[in-house]
Design a binder for this molecule. Structure first.
Ligand SMILES: *Cc1c(COP(=O)(O)O)cnc(C)c1O
Length: 390
């Protein structure tokens, strides 16, 4: 066994079941392990590495920033912080941005905003509705919104006043929502829950229920956002106008950054309400500007639409070919393939044959590759996947 793996077993806390591979470096959409073995990357560090590895513009911007300054706290402005916020605002329906360091933190910020909004209307307006099979992160607040027993059961009691509705079932939302609801939070495509897209009518009706009850509509775009589905945010394809959005994963192209954005009507947080020491520091916001410009100015969104459609077409062809493939779901470059066989077995075979994938539940394999992937890479992925399915 590799010495790195041996030492890893000894020193690193076992909060993950890791594959026995030591990754060393990447280039484009390929990763290389310590023995020089090459892998086609179809999971991008869980939907994070939007521009792949060693992208010339991202590398240059980061190198330049490293030589200038890494961090100054939020007591001062930097051009990088302001530039990233401006790009997000000018390319969305939102007016203000708060930066943090992860998806869970972005949802914590959203949850606090919702509580304050509710309390500004009435003392009892503190109920939040989340969806069964959701995933919003591992901190206490975000975990309380994550309605999956396997994640919650060892950590009860969590944050109170959070109720679970059924995803894509408007009656179950109707049954819970009332004047004491301050927010509804949901994903446009449930990611960890198994790549389950929302139905358009469901999201539109949830929006109407939120309006009728003066509750905030908060969309968790931590995985679906920043171009993953072919639009900057996935909700844009549903004709809805959320009050709050959270994002993270792809935003920094690999550096740790999260953000919450909201409209001016609900921009109610003031100094002292919420904060983050590292949040939006010049290193991570320099990276976010590169990613956002690639998407909004340099045609990457169109590219995602084109290659995403091609990926879906190829996966649907596999469904015809293999009995073990029962469903293909997703939008753009976020696609799930539901199998009758364990996803982990398929992932292991793919790793052996030089491709990295990630599961989403026990029977679903997930394709969330770097957004720069080409049709030729998709063809290569399909030929490796075919070997794992027979
Ligand atoms: C990954 C994810 C999170 C959590 O993000 P972290 O950066 O791991 O805290 C939250 N919501 C969704 C939808 C996610 O996919």
């Amino acid at each position: 066994m590799s010495q790195t793996i041996e030492k890893g077993e000894q020193y690193v806390m076992h909060t993950y079941g890791r594959f026995p591979v030591v990754l060393d470096h990447g280039d484009g959409v390929y990763l290389y392990d310590e023995n020089g073995k090459k892998y086609l990357d179809m999971y991008a560090g869980i939907a994070v590495n939007a521009l792949g590895y060693n992208h010339p513009k991202l590398t240059e911007a980061l190198q330049e920033q490293v030589g200038k300054m890494l961090h100054v706290s939020n007591y001062y402005y930097t051009k990088e912080l302001v530039g990233a916020a401006q790009l997000l605002v000018e390319n969305s329906i939102f007016d203000k941005v708060f930066f943090c360091n992860s998806g869970a933190e972005a949802n914590e910020a959203a949850l606090k905003l919702a509580k304050k909004y509710g309390k500004s209307k009435s003392e009892n307006k503190t109920q939040v509705i989340a969806m069964k099979k959701s995933f919003h992160g591992r901190t206490h607040g975000a975990l309380a919104l994550t309605m999956q027993e396997k994640y919650q059961k060892s950590f009860q009691p969590l944050v109170p006043n959070i109720q679970a509705a059924e995803y894509n079932n408007i009656e179950s939302v109707k049954a819970l929502i009332n004047e004491n609801t301050c927010a509804v939070i949901l994903e446009v495509i449930q990611g960890e829950g198994g790549i389950i897209p929302a139905e358009k009518a469901f999201l539109q009706e949830v929006e109407a229920l939120c309006k009728a009850n003066d509750a905030l509509l908060m969309i968790d775009e931590v995985q679906t956002g920043i171009g993953r589905t072919g639009t900057l945010f996935a909700f844009e394809q549903y004709g809805i106008h959320p009050d709050v959005v959270s994002m993270a994963k792809g935003l920094g192209g690999g550096v740790p950054i999260g953000a919450m954005a909201c409209t001016k009507e609900v921009d109610i947080l003031v100094p002292g309400d919420h904060a983050s020491t590292f949040g939006g520091n010049p290193l991570v916001t320099a990276a976010a500007q590169v990613v956002l410009k690639e998407l909004t100015e340099n045609g990457l969104l169109d590219h995602v639409q084109e290659v995403g459609a091609y990926l879906k077409e190829q996966l649907l062809a596999l469904k015809e070919e293999f009995e073990c493939v029962v469903d293909v779901r997703g939008i753009g470059l976020m696609q799930g393939v539901e199998l009758t066989i364990p996803a982990l077995d398929v992932e292991k075979k793919c790793i052996a044959n030089g491709m990295l994938l990630v599961g989403a539940g026990e029977k679903v394999i997930r394709f969330v590759p770097p957004l720069i992937i080409t049709k030729e890479h998709v063809d290569e992925a399909m030929s490796i996947l075919r070997k794992a399915l027979v």
